[in-house]
Design a protein around this ligand. Structure first.
Ligand code: URA
Length: 192
C-alpha cells in the first residue's frame, strides 16, 4: 500500500497489532502540520486523548500548548505524535511488546514528515528514539544528532505537572529555549 498520511491514519485506526486495541475508544494517530520541521513525540494517549482521538488534549496537552506558546510556537506549526497510538489502561507505561508493535507507525510518520528536529517528551519517547537506557534526568537538554536530524530529550509535561519543587520546570524552560535556539540556527524559526 502506498504510504500516505491518509493510509497511515486509517491503518492506525483499524490496527489490531497488540492488545491495546481491545480497550481503546479511539486510536490516536497524531496530528499537526504535515510540513512541520519539528516533531514532538509523547508516550501514549491518556483518557481524554482516547475519548477524542487526538493527541495531548488533556491536562498534559494544555501544558504542552503553554510550553509551545512560551517560545512563540503553536500546534499548527508542529506535528504531535506518540510512541503508542492506543491508550494503555490506567495510563501505565506501554510494554516493550506494545511499543514494538506500534513503532512502525511512528517510523512511517518520520518518513512522511522528514522532521529536522524531534523533541522526545519523556523517557518512553527518548528510549525508543535515542537509546534504550537513556536517563532523562541526566540527559535531558542534550542534543543528539542522528542521520542529520536533531533530537532533544526533555521531560514529559505530565512530569512537570507533578513537579513539586519547580526544578524540572526550570530545566524544561532551558530545553524550550534551546529548541528555539536550534530552530533559529537551522533557519526554521519565524520570529513572532
Ligand atoms: N500523554 C502522552 O504521552 N501523550 C498524549 O497524547 C497525552 C498524554
Amino acid at each position: 500500500m502506498e504510504l500516505t498520511w491518509e493510509n497511515l491514519e486509517n491503518a492506525v485506526r483499524a490496527c489490531h497489532g497488540c492488545d491495546l486495541c481491545a480497550e481503546r475508544r479511539n486510536a490516536v494517530p497524531g496530528e499537526g502540520n504535515r510540513k512541520a520541521a519539528v516533531l514532538f513525540v509523547g508516550e501514549g494517549p491518556g483518557r481524554q486523548e482516547d475519548e477524542q482521538g487526538r493527541p495531548f488534549v488533556g491536562p498534559a496537552g494544555q501544558l504542552l500548548d503553554r510550553m509551545l506558546s512560551s517560545i512563540g510556537l503553536n500546534r499548527e506549526q508542529v506535528f504531535i505524535a506518540n510512541v503508542v497510538k492506543c491508550r494503555p489502561p490506567g495510563n501505565r507505561e506501554p510494554t516493550q511488546e506494545e511499543a514494538a508493535a506500534c513503532l512502525p507507525y511512528l517510523r512511517a510518520q518520520f518518513v512522511l514528515l522528514r522532521p529536522k528536529i524531534i523533541v522526545c517528551l519523556g523517557r518512553t519517547a527518548a528510549m525508543h528514539i535515542v537509546r534504550p537506557d537513556i536517563r532523562i534526568t541526566r540527559e535531558r537538554g542534550r542534543w543528539v544528532e542522528k542521520k542529520g536530524v536533531y533530537i532533544l530529550p526533555t521531560y514529559h509535561p505530565s512530569a512537570l505537572l507533578r513537579d513539586e519543587t519547580g526544578q524540572k520546570k526550570r530545566e524544561a524552560w532551558q530545553d524550550l529555549k534551546s529548541l528555539r535556539e536550534k530552530m533559529r540556527e537551522l533557519g526554521l524559526y519565524e520570529e513572532p
